[in-house]
Design a protein around this ligand. Structure first.
Ligand SMILES: [Zn+2]
Length: 248
């Protein structure tokens, strides 16, 4: 069997058989790779400890005969560790689910591994976990080709004036005040600026932005509406986040 080493983020894990587990890895070189770790659920397994969900790991893989590669070694790489609080875990799940959904097995997307790493690292460090996840959402939309046009009104095609605009994914994006219809999300000038910085991928500038909770609410609403409009199946982690935000 051919073996290879890779750096990877663990997007998903699934118990399999008596003692095995199947992991979905987002690797630096090979894109998304499904891999099985045999016997990993036995108490003596050293592999299990390294293979935590959302962890950054150095792995050794053996090319399997079927779809799955075989995980033979894993070492945790240094970096910020995600605190085990439900809010951060829920946001990490959203990042991982989206990274999983935008990629096909063994078809690396340029920059996706780096973006996912960056978002999970910032998520571990930021005071407000929503910051990192909003940046990831904006960039994931760019990767998918579904990013909304943030410069012009989709109806009159004029540049958006420096005032609040309106947003509707079915209408195709942002709409100026003159063309808005009821039911559209209102987007303040400040929120538009944040969306533009995130869409441009300027992480240095994005990290310096002051993002109060109300501003993040607006940014999040636009990005989530856009993501949901373009993905045929709903994101499980997003539904979960919403239930956390407004428990009934
Ligand atoms: Zn217009």
């Amino acid at each position: 069997m051919t073996t290879y080493r890779e750096r990877a983020v663990i997007l998903r894990k699934l118990d399999y058989g008596e003692a095995d587990r199947i992991y979905t890895l987002l690797t630096a070189e090979h894109g998304k790779v499904p891999a099985i770790a045999k016997g990993v659920r036995r108490s003596a397994s050293r592999l299990a400890a390294a293979l935590e969900l959302f962890a950054h790991v150095d792995v050794q893989l053996a090319r399997g005969r079927g779809q799955l590669d075989v995980l033979t070694q894993a070492v945790r790489l240094p970096g910020a560790r995600l605190a085990a609080d439900p809010d951060r875990t829920a946001h990490a799940s959203l990042i991982a689910e989206l990274a999983d959904r935008v990629s096909e097995d063994r078809h690396p997307i340029d920059g996706l591994y780096e973006l996912t790493m960056l978002a999970l690292n910032d998520l571990a460090r930021d005071e407000d976990p929503r910051r990192a996840s909003a940046y990831f959402l904006a960039q994931a939309l760019e990767f998918l080709g579904y990013a909304p046009n943030l410069a012009t009104c989709v109806v009159c095609e004029r540049p958006l004036p420096p005032e609040a605009a309106f947003f509707s994914p079915p209408a195709g994006g942002l709409v100026c005040a003159a063309d808005q219809v009821s039911g559209m999300l209102s987007v303040s000038v400040a929120a538009l600026k944040v969306l533009r910085v995130a869409a441009a991928g300027d992480i240095g500038l994005y990290r310096r932005l002051k993002l109060a909770a109300a501003l993040l609410d607006e940014v999040e609403a636009v990005l989530e509406a856009q993501v949901e409009h373009h993905l045929d199946r709903r994101l499980k982690s997003l539904a979960f986040l919403r239930r956390m935000r407004s428990p009934v």
